[in-house]
Design a protein around this ligand. Structure first.
Ligand code: SAH
Length: 371
């Protein structure tokens, strides 16, 4: 009997998600926020005056198409991905902040059984900086001009400028909600002259070449559909001698002679991609390869999957209370599906296919960079 419950539970959850998707999509209206309506426009559903009947027929067709794509974990186009990311974070960031605070990333679980989760998230930033610069260099040099690529609501930027007197940070995100909230929090914390946030695309950043001595990307790389362009942009905005730090979800490195992940591994990742608006994954080795091609030097990599391992269990536990469940349901389908995908993340880490990768390097001072 209990065996049946365990087997049927994922089916039931999937069914619930599909039906709530139908409800959500059919309840969209042209009055939705910009990020949402651009998503709808990309499908053409709200563009121009159309009859009520054809609108509803189109609505049903696109709803069915979405339900089918969701069921088969279909890959999204780059345009859908971009508007979907903005929509997902517009909708879910308030709930995350209410439950977890201003940092939207994993925690540093050393010791493994620590329960101060927000502090664990702050420690992750500090430990990553220490790992990348070395404790001594960090104390002596420290960053002065920081770009926070995929900044969420700006937790890293504000922490870094507080830590390094005289430094400034500029954060970019696809979500208008997050950019506004980041600026609001900077004002509340008396940091608005040193930490600012705007909506911009990491694949086409609104910054001059060589502008920053720290290019920081914490758990945003996994969203980038074109990793080569992403790495190219990170290197472009880094000042000569500046440091890049990329902390991101990767799939495991492929073994020699292995052409791809197994079908089973691909299937787990495809489901996570639908929920978190992610494109195809790459490995840490792929990042190293791309950085080498860009002429980066002092490249260092590390796998911290074991350090962040307790995080998802903590997130899942924290969502098992009435306030979180109500908040979750109020945040809509994409957030509910994001919560469901936590179980898949856990499964992916346990299966060894998902890695929490750290990569750092510097942009050379003198040598010619490839075009
Ligand atoms: N680094 C933050 C947030 C991580 S969540 C933190 O640790 O708190 C992922 C972030 O990446 C979101 O803010 C999302 O908007 C951003 N993002 C994803 N794709 C992006 C893109 N193409 N350009 C800019 N930001 C992007």
């Amino acid at each position: 009997m209990s065996n049946w419950v365990v087997r049927l539970a994922p089916v039931a959850v999937h069914f619930f998600l599909l039906t709530s998707q139908v409800t959500e999509v059919s309840s969209l209206s042209p009055a939705q926020p910009a990020s949402l309506s651009s998503r709808s426009n990309s499908k053409g559903s709200f563009a121009g005056p159309v009859s009520r009947r054809s609108t509803s027929l189109f609505g049903i067709r696109s709803t069915l198409a979405r339900a089918r794509d969701s069921l088969f974990s279909a890959e999204r186009s780059d345009a859908d991905l971009k508007s979907g990311i903005a929509f997902f974070y517009d909708r879910s960031s308030k709930l995350w902040e209410d439950v977890w605070g201003e940092h939207m990333h994993h925690g540093y679980y050393v010791p493994e059984d620590r329960t101060d989760h927000v502090q664990a998230q702050i420690d992750l930033i500090d430990e990553v900086l220490k790992w990348a610069y070395g404790a001594e260099d960090l104390a002596h040099i420290g960053p002065k001009r920081v770009v926070d690529v995929g900044c969420g609501i700006g937790g890293s930027s504000r922490h870094i400028v507080r830590k390094f007197p005289g430094s400034t940070a500029q954060g970019i995100t696809l979500s208008p909600y997050q950019a506004n909230r980041g600026n609001e929090l900077a004002k509340e914390q008396g940091l608005s002259d040193r930490a600012t946030f705007q909506v911009a695309d990491a694949l086409n950043m609104p910054f001059d070449d060589s502008s920053f001595d720290l290019v920081w990307s914490l758990e945003s790389g996994e969203h980038m559909p074109d990793k080569r362009k992403f790495v190219n942009e990170l290197m472009r905005v880094a000042a000569p001698g500046g440091r890049l730090i990329i902390v991101t979800w990767c799939h495991r490195d492929l073994e020699p002679g292995e052409a791809s992940l197994s079908k089973k591994e691909e299937k787990i990742l495809a489901k996570i991609n639908r929920a978190y608006y992610l494109p195809k994954w790459c490995s840490v080795a792929d990042y190293v390869d791309l950085l080498e091609k860009e002429g980066a030097v002092d490249i260092k990599r590390e796998d911290w999957s074991y350090i962040i391992a307790p995080f998802w269990k903590a997130v899942i536990q924290s969502s098992l209370n009435l306030k979180s469940v109500i908040g979750l349901l109020k945040s809509g389908f994409s957030t509910v599906r994001g919560a469901y995908a936590m179980l898949l993340m856990l499964r992916g880490f346990n299966a060894g296919v998902i890695k929490f990768g750290l990569i750092t390097c510097t942009k050379p001072v003198t040598s010619e960079l490839p075009p």
